[in-house]
Design a protein around this ligand. Structure first.
Ligand code: NAD
Ligand code: UDP
Length: 340
């Protein structure tokens, strides 16, 4: 019988693409999502694309009774844990909500997993845990740094608590996947990022400018010590990222304890390079203005992707043009996102 994977946050951006990849690979999937920032429409579309549905449970990772019931009624072999809040600015204004949801929520999930005898967990971490490294590219051997906001600190806290957990009980088998900058959408145009309100991240903001929902892009800082003065990041296609989770799950079957893998492409692009690539993909000019740096931003950040290549046999396949074309297809076909 196929393994059943619990995907927390599976109705969200990365979780929905990963749920699709799991179903396509033959896994059974149970999605737990409170729909705070996700949409059940995304799961309807996943079912359409996969030709079979995931089981959807609307609920919260902080609800221990619900988790106990879920683990009792499904034979879960591993958990992919995407559920969390991710808006940096909001985390500065409402730190307790972030620590409660992201940190306490993970504690409750792990307690329920241990109670049910499920010890394999993949956690959605972030390159933000490296803080501001003095050198690029960033390899997993770099020490973690000081994230600049409560969101980033919640990710680092969860990494630390998961390491403590694995040290206390050898049955735990944990992957910390440090994502660089996920962008793009499924090539069908049916799945994509569905930000609530005005987007904070570069690609959703650019897309909304291109469709006329927002007037122009503010480029935060043109005086960084980078190729053209604007910030440089390692943008990774969300479908490649989803595939990285499948490869991590497979690799974990023969590994113990905690494993850390960067999921990035190993290539950095500046904001101006992103604007140019987006204009090319959309065929539309993208109005922008150069403004002051955004507090908390670092100049550049890109991954050393060689460990995942060596240990997972995983490498991002999709380049910048494809990331942009897929983002644009999604945005133009769904100007209101999932709108439910
Ligand atoms: P998303 O907001 O689209 O998805 C998160 C999902 O979790 C949403 O559907 C939301 O409704 C659900 N959720 C939130 N709190 C919950 C709770 N307490 N119980 C149940 N469901 C809950 O975000 P995403 O971009 O898909 O990110 C997924 C994960 O990856 C997050 O943990 C995020 O911090 C991490 N991550 C994202 C990025 C990025 O740039 N998108 C980068 C690094 C790490
Ligand atoms: N950025 C920008 N304007 C925006 C949003 C982002 O110039 O409206 C820049 C930001 O300063 C950074 C890059 O785009 O250099 C990526 O930002 P994003 O918020 O998407 O991801 P981050 O790496 O900051 O998590």
């Amino acid at each position: 019988m196929a393994d059943t994977i619990l995907v927390t946050g599976g109705a969200g951006y990365i979780g929905s693409h990963t749920t699709l990849a799991l179903l396509e690979a033959g896994y059974e999937v149970v999605v737990l999502d409170n729909l705070h920032n996700g949409s059940s429409t995304s799961l309807d579309r996943v079912a359409r694309l996969a030709g079979k549905p995931a089981t959807f449970i609307k609920g919260d990772i902080r609800d221990r009774a619900l988790l106990d019931e879920l683990f009792a009624s499904h034979s879960i072999s591993a958990v992919l844990h995407f559920a969390g809040l991710k808006a940096v600015g909001e985390s500065v204004r409402e730190p307790l909500r972030y620590y409660e949801n992201n940190v306490s929520g993970t504690v409750t999930l792990c307690q329920a997993m241990a109670h049910a005898g499920v010890f394999r967990l993949v956690f959605s971490s972030s390159a933000t845990v490296y803080g501001e490294p003095s050198q690029m590219p960033i390899s997993e051997t770099f020490p973690t740094g000081v994230p600049t906001n409560p969101y980033g600190r919640s990710k680092l806290m969860v990494e630390e608590l998961l390491k403590d957990l694995a040290a206390s009980e050898p049955r735990w088998n944990i992957a910390l996947l440090r994502y660089f900058n996920p962008v793009g959408a499924h090539a069908s145009g049916l799945l994509g990022e569905n930000p609530n309100g005005t987007p904070n991240n570069l690609l959703p903001y650019m897309s909304q400018v291109a469709v006329g929902k927002l007037e122009k892009l503010s480029v935060y800082g043109a005086d960084y010590p980078t190729v053209d003065g604007t910030g440089v990041r390692d943008y990774i296609h969300v479908v490649d990222l989803a595939d990285g989770h499948l490869k991590a799950l497979q690799a974990m079957a023969t590994r113990d304890g905690v494993n850390v893998w960067n999921l990035g492409t190993g290539i950095g692009y500046s904001v101006l390079q992103m604007i140019q690539a987006f204009e090319l993909a959309s065929g539309r000019p993208l109005p922008y203005q150069l403004v002051a740096r955004r507090p908390g931003d670092i100049a550049e950040c890109w991954s050393d992707a060689s460990l995942a290549a060596k240990e997972l046999g995983w490498k991002a396949q999709r380049g910048l043009a494809e990331m942009m074309a897929d983002t644009w297809r999604w945005q133009s076909a769904n100007p209101l996102g999932y709108a439910d």
